[in-house]
Design a protein around this ligand. Structure first.
Ligand SMILES: Nc1ncnc2c1ncn2[C@@H]1O[C@H](COP(=O)(O)OP(=O)(O)OP(=O)(O)O)[C@@H](O)[C@H]1O
Ligand SMILES: [Mg+2]
Length: 272
């Protein structure tokens, strides 16, 4: 049973520009999915329709039985949390703690629950040392984690991360991986937009490729990253290790160093 479904969804901005055309996707509770594709493909527009920030021009978005047309964004955000691509579009408090507690407080949760949610989210996102700081005194990469914590604190069933990997260093990427892991083990649906194919291959099984307003593929990463025509169309690269395997003429849809090593060892033993 899917928790979130987009059926033949199209969207045109008020200036008439059609950013999304006949998109179909559905997500089960507890799934962890990456959405990839070139700049301007329509990824952000698509996910903004999942929590009602944008309403489809055509088609329907159904969240846990609710058609987003019939509910406000505030209502839908109890079920679907969206972390903006640009943190500065989201942050509006002058200290990190207030920023994170805004959501759960708005949900009307009891005071001790608000506090527990804030602390759990702040720990997962690694922002505990900055709780008293003004978010605008923090670097962009840390502001992004503040916005992630604000959404985690609302404890919604679905969490959408729009480009969390942009501008992040290695420890931050590891924090993101761990966070996604913990949240999906709790049964949350995590939808992540990213341009980092290494991050995708290391953290997700299912990958959706968008290009030119549409979904071009929706499959296991092994099929996506060895579907070269689709990658070309979406202007995406294979992960490094797959590219190396491909250049070596090794098929087998390799996605990781251990897989390549196994394959090379098998070939060496065969020759001996
Ligand atoms: N408010 C707007 N008004 C008009 N056109 C818009 C608006 N916002 C986005 N667009 C256009 O819609 C298209 C899809 O934008 P969208 O932000 O969904 O793409 P994206 O896949 O998220 O790209 P990126 O990887 O750059 O974030 C782009 O051509 C963009 O310029
Ligand atoms: Mg975007």
């Amino acid at each position: 049973m899917s928790f979130l479904t987009l059926t033949d969804v199209s969207f045109a901005y008020p200036n008439g520009y059609k950013a999304v055309e006949k998109v179909n996707m559905s997500f089960k509770q507890g799934e962890s999915v990456a959405i990839v594709g070139q700049n301007g493909a329509g990824k952000t527009t698509t996910v903004k329709m999942m929590n009602g920030l944008l309403k489809p021009s055509e088609g329907n978005v159904i969240v846990d039985g609710w058609n987003t047309r019939d509910y406000t964004t505030a209502q839908i955000s109890k079920k679907v949390g969206y972390v903006f691509q640009n943190p500065d579009d989201q942050i509006f408090h002058d200290n990190v703690y207030s920023e994170i507690e805004f959501g759960p407080r708005k949900l009307g949760l009891p005071e001790d629950q608000v506090k527990a949610n804030v602390m759990k989210a702040a720990e997962l996102a690694g922002v505990v040392p900055f709780l008293k700081d003004n978010p605008y005194n923090l670097p962009y990469s840390m502001r992004k984690f503040v916005t992630i914590a604000s959404v985690i604190a609302m404890d919604s069933s679905v969490i959408i991360l729009d480009e969390p990997t942009a501008g992040q260093d290695l420890p931050a990427m590891e924090r993101l991986s761990n966070m996604i892991n913990v949240l999906s083990q709790e049964g949350k649906t995590i939808i992540t937009i990213t341009h980092d194919m290494e991050f995708v291959v290391n953290n997700f099984e299912r990958v959706i490729v968008m290009a030119n307003r549409q979904v071009k593929a929706d499959d296991h990463k092994r099929n996506i990253f060895w579907n070269l025509p689709v990658l070309d169309e979406a202007m995406l690269k294979q992960p490094h290790i797959s590219r190396l395997s491909n250049s070596l003429g090794i098929g087998h849809k390799i996605l990781s160093v251990p897989e390549l090593v196994d394959e090379l060892e098998a070939r060496v033993f065969k020759e001996e």
